[in-house]
Design a binder for this molecule. Structure first.
Ligand SMILES: Nc1ncnc2c1ncn2[C@@H]1O[C@H](COP(=O)(O)OP(=O)(O)OP(=O)(O)O)[C@@H](O)[C@H]1O
Length: 241
């Protein structure tokens, strides 16, 4: 099991707990969508899984080689080309110079940017930049990939395209993915499992399995989206009181 979270809690300083008694098991190769309202602690939980933050209580098991991380903002180095951004990640991983170029090209092709390797970030669209960012995360070659609202800033059509791409890449690479979003449609589109995090404190309050039937039957997927949206609204209302 790559990720086990047991009674995980987090508070910053002497503030109110941000996370409280979070429990979850994520299996190897699984695609889990972590859904929650703004500010409920999704990024904090992802940072804890990534080892960037320590939990205040509870226990967690994560892969010993850590995780690759992809953020909402591509955060590419502007003075490097797309290829060089990816090569840098490979270099940091200790891949030799000769091998780096071929591997970077392979990753560019995987994200359908085979011809754009020499472009710098400002010459790329937002969607293309996120593809480079995805390729760079894959260059880190970790089994576990943590994604923090990576497509939130993109327009709906580009986002749909990237959903298809990410699904294909997930299937091709067998990565374990934890994908944070506040968008229910996106969670149902991508996740095999959707975990709903409550607000203040954040806790997994419900989870849903997204089955093959949901993938092939838009009506069924729409129904599930409706059910999850209603539950999310309830959480937001409860928190607003
Ligand atoms: N380093 C920190 N110090 C103090 N408080 C923090 C810190 N990091 C996060 N918080 C608080 O923890 C809470 C949860 O933040 P977090 O960013 O994890 O939520 P989120 O669900 O990812 O939100 P969003 O969807 O808006 O990105 C917020 O109230 C935030 O102010």
């Amino acid at each position: 099991m790559p990720v086990v979270l047991e009674h995980l809690g987090k508070r910053f300083g002497d503030g109110a707990p941000v996370l409280d008694d979070v429990n979850a098991n994520i299996e190897k190769g699984e695609f889990v969508a972590l859904l929650g309202a703004s500010g409920c602690g999704k990024s904090t939980l992802l940072n804890i899984i990534a080892g960037l933050e320590a939990p205040s209580s509870g226990a967690l098991e994560v892969p010993s080689d850590g995780a690759a991380f992809m953020f909402q903002d591509a955060a590419l180095f502007p003075w490097l080309t797309a290829r060089e951004n990816i090569e840098l990640a490979l270099k940091l991983r200790g891949v030799g110079k000769a091998e780096r170029r071929a591997k970077a090209q392979e990753l560019l092709e995987l994200v359908h940017l085979g011809a754009a390797g020499d472009k710098r970030p400002h010459e790329l669209s937002g969607g293309m930049r996120q593809r480079v960012s995805l390729a760079r995360s894959l260059a880190q070659d970790r089994q576990l990939l943590l994604m923090d609202e990576p497509f939130a800033a993109l327009d709906a059509i580009t986002r749909d395209l990237l959903h298809d791409e990410l699904e294909r890449i997930w299937k091709e690479t067998g990565r374990t993915i934890v994908f944070v979003t506040h968008n229910v449609r996106e969670a149902v589109r991508l996740g095999q499992r959707v975990l709903l995090l409550s607000s203040r404190p954040g806790r997994v309050v419900q989870e849903w399995a997204v089955t093959e039937e949901h993938r092939t039957d838009a009506g069924l997927a729409g129904q599930l989206t409706g059910v999850i949206t209603a539950r999310l609204r309830e959480e937001i209302r409860r928190h607003a009181k």
